[in-house]
Design a protein around this ligand. Structure first.
Ligand code: ADP
Ligand code: ZN
Ligand code: ZN
Length: 742
């Protein structure tokens, strides 16, 4: 039994990495665990402070006689912090990181220097009501009040200082308006929401829809079990536009009515004004939103609101999972198959897994929703580990799934069509424009864009720091999309000096030019990383398209999610196969998901939708099943392949990526690591090999794949490899990164 406990005193402090060691007194032995809230003597005066246990050990870090003892355990019940600390511990063990890294992930720290808290006044009423209020103030000759109200004719929010200064108002003239619910004085923290002004629009309550049979079956099924005290994980598998969000809202309504709180994770890209509006209209001020652009301090403020009971519903991307709700009852993950739920920084956790753990710790249920569930999730649902509900019909009246055509581009070429548009797509585009409806053109993957190559020696222009070709942009710059390296387009080949350099490939910019050429009268918008890098660029382009400011929207994966565009009746998918041949065992799954989601953008309203998929391998099962919107068919074929090659979810896979500026150092460390891993019979090894992009940012990278049915074996291998590399001094100056796929 552990003799000592590491205790952190102030979890909001930036230095959570400074735990203090305490002795566990006899009467508390066995009663403490990671996350326990304890009282300890602290500092010179030995004042009693409360802290949290973040680690347990048998060894004293210094003279045991000088280690103070824990005074007692707090009996207040398990706090949200305690649960999050326990979650951090689990993350540390499962994903391999330090406790400090895990704590920093789950507990946002206060910024060292807090910004001065500023206040704002927000108008809560509609424009019409505002005009009435102004008229009333004028009638009653409340000059100050009228001045204040007038300032809201142009804006929803004014800084408090402006009211006090420029408008010369006193607290007394603001207070009555606040009491009447016309204005609200709020702290800045409140305004760090992704979309300002939303609560005003949110004032209009959204009419509740009547759930259809399938929606109701899902909502009722989950609620019935919830009320019986059953806590588990559910999959809601609903086709695009099937009304999953309405089911979430029903679940949220029920769980919050029981005095519990809810976290809803959605991919950041889908966190648009439309989504926010929908939820605020239904739940008003009980809901708050987060995005990943918030600073640590801003996150801290958001989390404070959640802790204080100010909000009961938190909506946001991955990191919203750590909202410290005191009585969390439900976690929902929308589009659970999205790759954005996997953290690409240490700890490299998957939000789906971490949510499962958090739900267990808090006694909450977990609901996963998707039109194209990940293979892992669907497998668990099939095995009865997860509850399963499917919604096969679109929710909106008269809205049906679109008709999908697959065009064989090889045949087009054979018959003399060398354009990027097949004859069918061209014809459909023409007709759609004639009907004054909208079109989305989806280019699979941005990375496959124009690169420059030499016609004399065949050399492609590559990034000097990475093993990838440079992308030619319209401004004449060659850009590396991995490290950002840029050079002007050379006039002669750097290898052979030949002047015959020609661009290859097709990017979104090129397609935009071709579309404009082919359809000169049409308004075209383009959305990719270049056009959206400006703040709010993404939202602005989508809004413009939703407002029918253009007829055609061209884009990469980005256009697949987010807004509902009722007038879009044609979706064209160019180069559907590009993602099929990526060096990743999930490329088939990703292609299927992308095509299904992209096709799902068509015909969201009553007007029938058409989808044209252009492909060079139209017979491929991913293309075929996506075209038929046949998830089960896809699942069956894909699982055959996974079983054959023993890839997840059949096995757990762990990758080890070792990188170094010195090629020999990376190779030497990898050799030792592989030898250590080989000693474990229960795991299957592939490699080591050079990573798909061997040189990235001047770092040489080696990769080793390890597969086993047993997660714990892989964790053992990881610990062993880390220990040995450390002991032999091989880990200096190299990066060692483990990653899990299950
Ligand atoms: P999903 O989340 O599955 O993509 P949404 O919840 O966004 O689907 O619903 C798609 C559209 O259908 C939305 O415009 C929504 O308002 C509408 N809708 C959802 N449920 C119903 C219903 N029961 N009756 C009528 N319309 C509905
Ligand atoms: Zn050349
Ligand atoms: Zn580069």
């Amino acid at each position: 039994m552990p003799e000592f406990a590491d205790v952190i005193i102030d979890i909001t402090h930036e230095k959570v990495d400074r735990p203090f060691q305490y002795r566990i007194p006899g009467q508390l032995k066995g009663a403490l665990r990671v996350g326990s809230q304890v009282e300890v003597p602290f500092g010179k005066g030995n004042h009693i402070r409360t802290g949290y246990v973040v680690g347990l050990s048998d060894r004293a870090e210094f003279d045991p006689a000088r280690i103070k003892a824990i005074s007692g355990i707090c009996e207040k019940g398990v706090s949200a912090e305690a649960q999050l600390i326990e979650l951090a511990w689990w993350m540390k063990e499962r994903y391999g990181c330090t406790m400090n890294q895990a704590l920093k992930t789950v507990l946002p720290v206060k910024e060292q220097v807090r910004r001065q808290e500023s206040r704002f006044i927000r108008c809560l009423i509609s424009h019409k009501q505002l005009e009435e209020a102004i008229a009333e103030a004028a009638r009653k000759k409340y000059r100050a009040r009228e001045r204040l109200l007038r300032s809201f004719l142009e804006t929803d929010v004014i800084p408090y200082e402006m009211a006090a200064g420029q408008l010369n108002l006193t607290r007394a003239s603001i207070k009555p308006l606040e009491e009447k619910g016309i204005l609200a004085v709020e702290s800045e923290a409140f305004f760090r929401d992704p979309v300002s002004g939303i609560y005003r629009d949110g004032g209009k309550a959204e009419p509740e829809v009547c759930l259809n049979e399938e929606q109701q079956a899902a909502a009722e099924g989950i609620i019935r079990e919830y009320d019986q005290g059953i806590r588990k994980t559910y999959l809601i598998h609903g086709v695009t536009g099937s009304g999953k969000t309405e089911v979430y809202m029903e679940l949220i309504r029920h769980v919050t009515s029981l005095g519990k709180q809810v976290i809803l994770l959605i991919p950041e890209i889908a966190l648009t004004y439309q989504t926010v509006l929908r939820f605020t209209r239904r739940f008003g001020r009980r809901v708050s939103f987060m995005n990943s652009r918030l600073s640590q301090g801003e996150k801290y403020d958001q989390f404070e609101r959640a802790k204080s009971g100010d909000v009961q519903i938190m909506i946001g991307p991955r990191s919203a999972l750590f909202t410290p709700f005191p009585n969390l009852g439900l976690i929902i993950i929308d589009e659970e198959h999205e790759s954005a739920y996997k953290s690409e920084i240490t700890p490299r956790y998957h939000a789906r897994e971490a949510a499962g753990q958090r739900a267990r710790l808090c006694g909450a249920s977990l609901v996963l929703g998707s039109a194209t569930p990940s293979l892992e999730t669907f497998t668990r649902a099939r095995h009865g580990i997860y509850g399963y509900f499917s919604i096969r019909k679109r929710a909106k009246k008269n809205s049906v799934l679109p008709r999908v055509h697959v065009v064989d581009m090889r045949q087009e070429l054979k018959e003399g069509n060398r354009s990027i548009f097949s004859r069918l797509l061209y014809q459909q585009m023409t007709e759609t424009l004639e009907r004054k409806e909208q079109i989305m053109l989806f280019l699979n993957r941005r990375g496959y864009s124009r690169f420059l190559s030499c016609r004399s020696c065949g050399e492609a222009m590559k990034c000097p720091h990475c093993d990838v070709t440079l992308t030619l942009h319209q401004n004449g710059q060659l850009v590396c999309h991995y490290c950002g390296y840029q050079v002007p387009r050379p006039s002669v080949c750097p290898s052979c000096g030949s002047p015959y350099l020609a661009p290859f490939g097709t990017g979104t910019q090129k397609i935009e030019a071709l579309v404009k050429e082919a359809f000169p009268g049409a308004g075209v918008l383009r959305m990719d990383l270049d056009t959206t890098s400006k703040k709010g660029g993404h939202e602005a382009i989508l809004s413009a398209f939703a407002d029918r400011q253009a007829d055609i929207l061209i884009g990469t994966q980005m256009i697949v999610k987010g807004h509902d565009f009722p007038a879009v009746t044609l979706v064209g998918i160019l180069a559907a196969d590009l993602s099929l041949y990526a060096p990743d065992y999930r490329c088939g799954e990703k292609t299927f998901q992308l095509l299904t989601q992209a096709a799902g953008r068509a015909g969201r309203d009553a007007r029938a939708g058409q989808v044209v998929i252009q492909s060079y391998s139209p017979e491929h099962y991913c293309i075929q099943t996506a075209a038929a919107q046949d998830y089960e068919g896809f699942y069956a074929r894909e699982m055959e392949y996974r079983r054959l090659l023993r890839y997840p979810p059949v096995c757990v896979m762990m990758t080890l990526l070792i990188g170094s500026e010195r090629e020999e150092a990376a190779a030497a460390a990898m050799e030792t690591a592989a030898a250590q891993a080989k000693a474990f019979q229960e795991a299957e090894l592939i490699g080591p090999v050079n990573a798909p992009i061997y040189k990235l940012n001047d770092i040489y990278r080696k990769i080793l794949y390890m597969k086993s049915e047993n997660y714990d074996i892989l964790i053992k291998i990881r610990n062993q490899v880390e220990t040995v590399l450390e002991r032999r001094g091989l880990s200096r100056g190299i990066s060692i990164q483990f990653d899990f796929y299950s």
